[in-house]
Design a protein around this ligand. Structure first.
Ligand code: ATP
Length: 203
């Protein structure tokens, strides 16, 4: 229970989630287990800042998948702020919105090592690090090393199992008509079976 002495511990996990996969689920499980979070917000990006190509799945489709996963775990909550904005949002501004809704909460930002290494390119990264502690997850055997030039950088490197899955590979398989059942949670697999999507030239 949160109180003045024990503020609510909130995790924030943003991504394109195009689509959600078992790698994302690993972050969720590990963050809840070892990060001792009271609540974990899953926030699909309308269009992630460092990405050039348009997502394959629409914002509504990705939000629907996030919500179906959230229905399975009481600590999870879908956060639709960025999809509702219908524009590129920077994580700092979205976290300000989280803080507005949950004043006094301790914010923890879940991030994969690939994004952690690009933190120096994130807009408002210094402001962000004043309001959130990073939980850094490995994607492969590359050791997470703090990017140069950002100090202080409050973060914890998680000791997580490696899950070599990416949304890129799943999109490739979906467009080739191949199975993705091993790569996504069952509830996402069911959703994907009901969804139609169009291939764009940039995929
Ligand atoms: P894409 O292949 O389209 O780039 P992705 O698989 O990297 O997508 P995102 O939705 O962009 O998925 O990722 C959201 C966040 O989750 C990022 O911080 C990313 O580093 C992290 N992440 C994604 N997949 C994994 C994984 N398999 N292991 C650890 N972290 C991951």
């Amino acid at each position: 229970m949160a109180s003045e002495n024990h503020p609510l511990r909130i995790g924030f996990f943003g991504g394109s989630f195009d689509p959600l996969h078992n790698g994302h689920l690993m972050l969720v499980d590990e963050a809840l287990r070892s990060g001792k979070l009271d609540k974990l917000l899953l926030c699909p990006a309308f269009h992630a800042p460092l990405r050039s190509e348009k997502p394959l799945l629409s914002g509504e489709q990705r939000l629907e998948m996030v919500r179906s996963l959230c229905a399975e775990l009481p600590e999870l909550e879908g956060f639709d702020y960025e999809i509702r904005q219908a524009r590129t949002c920077y994580t700092y501004e979205t976290l300000l919105e989280v803080r507005r809704i949950h004043p006094g909460a301790r914010l923890h930002l879940l991030i994969g090592n690939d994004q952690f290494q690009k933190l120096d390119q994130w807009k408002f990264n210094r402001e962000l690090l004043q309001i959130a502690h990073l939980l850094v997850f490995s994607r492969d055997r590359t050791e997470p090393v703090p990017p140069l030039g950002i100090d202080p950088l409050p973060h914890t490197v998680m000791n997580n199992p490696l899950v070599p899955i990416s949304s890129t590979e799943i999109r490739r398989r979906l467009l080739a008509g191949q199975s993705v059942s091993e790569l996504v949670p069952p509830v996402i697999h069911e959703k994907l079976k009901t969804m139609t999507f169009e291939q764009t030239t940039s995929l």
